[in-house]
Design a protein around this ligand. Sequence first.
Ligand SMILES: Nc1nc2c(ncn2[C@@H]2O[C@H](COP(=O)(O)OP(=O)(O)O)[C@@H](O)[C@H]2O)c(=O)[nH]1
Ligand SMILES: [Mg+2]
Length: 221
Amino acid sequence: MLRTMPRYGYQPCREFHVVVLGAGGVGKSCLTAQFVHQEWIENYDPTIEDSYRTQLTVDGRQVMLEILDTAGADQFVAMRDLYMKTGQGFLLVFSITSRASLEELVSLRDDIIRIKDDENIPIVIVGNKADLTDQRAVDRARAFAISQQWNAPYYESSARTRSNVDEVFIDLCRQMLRREDYVDDSRENDPYYHKADDPSSSKRRRRRKNRDNKEHKCVVL
Ligand SMILES: Nc1nc2c(ncn2[C@@H]2O[C@H](COP(=O)(O)OP(=O)(O)O)[C@@H](O)[C@H]2O)c(=O)[nH]1
Ligand SMILES: [Mg+2]
């Protein structure tokens, strides 16, 4: 059977680079494995740094994510600078059982902003291991206050129980899509850009209303 592409409403698949950052042992690899492969890996090799491609639909839009699960052992600062430069969205992960892991995010975020030269880069703050309630060392209010300062949403997740795993990646996708819409809008002001040639421009105009409404969000289990 011949299948034709709908003429209107066709949206090309967006591709985004996501970088998962945080101290060693907070659960970056477990979160990534749960999101990409829906599997729990108890003991992931802490030295493995790898990237994964996965496709998903966010608000009816096709998104291809290239997710880099960092391992923090970069001998070369230049390597880290490179993936920070390439990254379009960042998951900053700490463990709710370790106050030091939250503190580590401060310098990571500073580096991202310096390297990207952009205060509004899409970021989600993730307090992982939320299933370990009796070992909690970070007050939810404190983590949320930091995320508010950074104008980023705060989620508490558990890679073990798979709660809020999809949600953190989807939130990041929404931020990246919104940002892309914003860039596209600026392009529409370019006299050399002919929006009549672009079938998705009217959709973008409708979405424009939603841009820049980064709300302070705290999503817990
Ligand atoms: N209870 C619990 N343990 C977790 C969770 N996520 C990761 N872990 C454990 O924490 C350790 C480090 O996880 P890993 O993903 O390798 O951390 P990474 O160094 O940040 O990549 C492993 O022993 C995991 O089993 C979680 O959400 N809950
Ligand atoms: Mg790892």
